[in-house]
Every structure is written in structure tokens, then in C-alpha cells.
Write a protein that binds this ligand. Sequence first.
Ligand SMILES: Cc1cc2nc3c(=O)[nH]c(=O)nc-3n(C[C@H](O)[C@H](O)[C@H](O)COP(=O)(O)OP(=O)(O)OC[C@H]3O[C@@H](n4cnc5c(N)ncnc54)[C@H](O)[C@@H]3O)c2cc1C
Ligand code: SF4
Length: 510
Amino acid sequence: MRNLILILGDQLDSQSAAFDDFDTTMDVVWMAEVSEESTKVWSSKVRIVLFLSAMRHFCEGLRKRKWNVAYRELTDHAETFSSALAESITELRPTKIIFVEPGEWHVKQSILAVLESSGIAWEMREDRHFLCSREEFTKHAQGRKQFRMEYFYREMRRKYDVLMVEDAPAGGAWNFDSENRKSFGKSGPPLHRAPLRFPPDEITRAVIDLVSIRFADHPGDLHAFDWPVTAEQAEQALSDFITYRLSEFGDWQDALWTAEPWLFHSRLSAAMNLKLLNPRVVIAAAESAYKAGHAPLAAVEGFIRQILGWREYVRGIYWHHMPNYITLNELGADQPLPQFYWSGDTDMACLHDALEQTLRYGYAHHIQRLMVTGLYALLLGVRPNEVHQWYLAVYVDAVEWVELPNTIGMSQHADGGIMASKPYAASGKYIQRMSNYCTGCRYDPALATGPKACPFTTLYWDFLLQHEDRLRKNPRTAMQVRSINRLSGDQRQAIQEQAEQIRTNNLPKS
Ligand SMILES: Cc1cc2nc3c(=O)[nH]c(=O)nc-3n(C[C@H](O)[C@H](O)[C@H](O)COP(=O)(O)OP(=O)(O)OC[C@H]3O[C@@H](n4cnc5c(N)ncnc54)[C@H](O)[C@@H]3O)c2cc1C
Ligand code: SF4
């Protein structure tokens, strides 16, 4: 054997740089299902099934092309990635190991450690999936005290000539947020077609059986599993989104509604993060829909911004700040994550809905993650690392380079403002405005104290009181924190006592 090509579970890209000089007569692809990947955080069953099924389908595709694949299936005993790799190197004795840079800092370190100790020749190649290389992001970051997505995004639009008319943004503006982000109002979401489903085939069914037994005590359930697990299915999911939901994506990007998990979102994050789907293809499909008059500019720009802007930007932030980033806790949060995050067993209607669908589908849309589950953890003061472990465990699209900056930075403000210029703190009234959750809830979002007080609202005021000095110094929150001036001493005390009670009880279901 000449080269052993390592392909990780989130590198299922047939155009990967790892395959550039692949020779079917001399080279072998190596893939491994290791239990460590499902247990280092308490991964939900849906997430485990998606990764294993997609890996098995990818392996099948390579073998159909008559490529040699050394594929290690999950064993009964606990195995780490390092031990599996070390064992295969001894067994297969390749001349050289080739791999694309892993997306996770710790995985990269553990591969390098195995390779160093085995003394074998190796070559690490760039991950071409992304539109911004790590070197380019480093250049962008040089000399900047503060990072802001907006400037990065404009550079990317210019570089890739996306939604540009000569040197100006299409429609004369970079951003159409003022036209987007509405709430549904009393009548609820307009009629919309359910997203295309991908019912489990034989390979996925075998994985479902395996995971149901091997990881029986892990959170979530598998009855609704319908995620795309191949590149072909991912392209079908993209086409379904572009045809039926893109044109209304912008309008309803931030809206929430009970028992409506998908609304007008694309459901493409998992396929992209596993590298089944290239972001260039997604961006081009959206831009073509605009140019053909099938979708308005505001919706298309709003969607492209998420991929060409946010997705690339958070990856840059991750690599720029790791390994320290994972340890940050700027607000000094010290509470445990409530147990009900793993069961959905709470009488707060918004949290119940978001958690229940998270455990069932491995999915919640951005505003559910940021302004329901994330907001509650922020206001309660949960230790950021516990919040991070939960997000990494429960979502099908969870891989650390994208999950961590969103959690530690955007959602918990534990990085002190590297990722977002202010904490996303809001009371229950925000949730009331953007959803119908509060109409079916035993709490009242207008109340901060008393038996019917909404816990979000109590904790929001308590958050402002706790972090008053910091929030006053930040020009983006100075106005917001001024509202505590109108609270009397008694009101402050009552809020703080009720917040303390919430923290002590962690609100078990009544
Ligand atoms: C606390 C928290 C944790 C998150 N963890 C993850 C994660 O583990 N993996 C992940 O892919 N996204 C994560 N996100 C970002 C975002 O919520 C998801 O990408 C999105 O909900 C996926 O659903 P969708 O494909 O239907 O997205 P859509 O709403 O249709 O958006 C289109 C695409 O834009 C990209 N995107 C949108 N927002 C972001 C963002 N903030 N950062 C990076 N990419 C973005 C995704 O690739 C997504 O598929 C997280 C957000 C928060 C607040
Ligand atoms: S009242 Fe509070 S807890 Fe209940 S749904 Fe509204 S925001 Fe959530």
C-alpha cells in the first residue's frame, strides 16, 4: 500500500483534496466508527444515526467505484479515534497518511499525536469545502480589535461576486433586515409545503437498530428520522427548499410557532456540515432563483448571508481563538444546566416545544436555539461549557467549529463580545411578540414576580441587575439597562428573590 487516506465522519466530500492524487491500485481510504465520537458528549440518537448512516453510504459509494476502503464498523467495546487509527497503521503499514485538516481542534491534535508517535510520513491538506481559507481569515483578522460579521460578509460578497452589480450590492443595500424578520400574527404561518423527507433505507434501518441497542440510554428518539444521508439526497433537499420555501425565508426567518419545527428554513446545515453538500452550490442555487425572478432579493440575500457570511465567519472565529475559546466564561456563569434540557419536561411552553422537537428531530431553527433554549441558559447563568456540551450533543448539524462560537459567543456572551457586540438578552415579551407560545402557557410574559410570572421575564430583569455595570458601559445595551432605574428597591428585591427560587428549583414540572 502507498497512501492511507483518512476520511472523518464530517468529511464526506467526494471532491475532497484528500482524493486529489488517489490511485485505486495503491491507495486505501480509511474510515472508522468509534464509540468515543458518540460518548464524549452524550450525543442524541438522531445525531449518531445521521453520522453513521452517512458514513456507511459514503463508503458504499466509494466501493461502487472499486476504491479500496478499510472501514471499521462500531465494535462492542469502547474505542477512541486515536486507538483505532494507531491499530490500523500497525496493521496496514502504509507508506504515508493523507488527510484533510479536521474541523475540530482536539481531533486534529489527537491525529497529529498518533502520527508523530508512529513516526509515519503524513500530509495534511486544506479543507476546500469552505469559501474562506484559514489563512485568509487570519489576514482579515489582523490588526482588528473587534470582529464584526458584516465587514467580513461584504468582503466575501465582493470576492465571489455574489449578488453584486459591478462593485455595488444588488438592490443598492448589503442588508434587507428591515424587510425581513416578521412575526406571523394571530393567524399563524401561511400555508406551506412540508419539506421533502428521506425515509430510512436498508443501510439507515440497520444503523437505527444498532444505535437503539448500543446507545439505548442516549437522549432523543428515532421514529421520525428522515434526514438526507447521501450527496444525491442533499441536492434534492436543496432543490426542494429553493422551489418551495426560499421566497418566504426572509419574512419568517425569526418567527416561531408551536409544533412547526421547519417553517421556511432550509434544513441543509447537517448536509453541509457533513460535506455532502457544497456551500457554493447552495449559494449559486439561491442566487439563480433571484435572477430568474423566483425569489425576492430580500429573502435570497438573507439566506446567502447565513452561509457566505455567518457560516464562514464562525469557522474563522473558532480557529482564530482555539484552544482557549472553549474555556471562556466572561459573565462568570456558575449554574448547572437544568435536567429538563435532556427531556423537555417543563411547563414553560416555549422551552417545552423547542426541546421536544430537538429531541425528536435533532433540529431546532436558529431563533429557537438563540432566543429560547440559549436565552434561558444565558439568563439562568448556566456554565457555558455545559451549554456547549448540550448543543454539541443534541443537534444533527452539531460539529464543534460551528456550534462552539454560536454557543459560547453568540448565545452565552461568554467570550465577552468577540463574536457578537452585545448579549442577546430579552424577556418573555420578545418570545410573545415572535410566537404563539405564550397563549398556551401557564405563565404571563408581562409579569416578573408572583406565581404567574414568566421565568424568562424574572430572569431577564435579574440579568440586567446582575450585570448592570457591564451593560451600562456597552453602547449597544446602555439604553436597555436604563430601564432598571424605574424599579423600586422592593421590586428589585422581589425579582432577585424569585430568580433565586427559579435557580434553586430549576423549575421541575408542576
Ligand atoms: C446556540 C446555537 C448553536 C448552534 N449550533 C449550530 C451547529 O452546531 N451547527 C450548525 O450548523 N449551526 C448551528 N447554529 C446556527 C443555526 O442555528 C443553524 O445553522 C440553523 O438553525 C440550521 O438550520 P437550517 O439548515 O434550517 O438553517 P437556515 O435557517 O435555513 O439557514 C441556512 C444555513 O445558514 C447557515 N447558518 C445559519 N445561521 C448560522 C449561524 N449562526 N452560524 C453558522 N451557520 C449558520 C447554516 O448552514 C444553515 O443551514 C447554532 C446557533 C445557535 C444560536
Ligand atoms: S410565558 Fe414565558 S415561559 Fe411561557 S411561553 Fe411565554 S415566554 Fe415562554
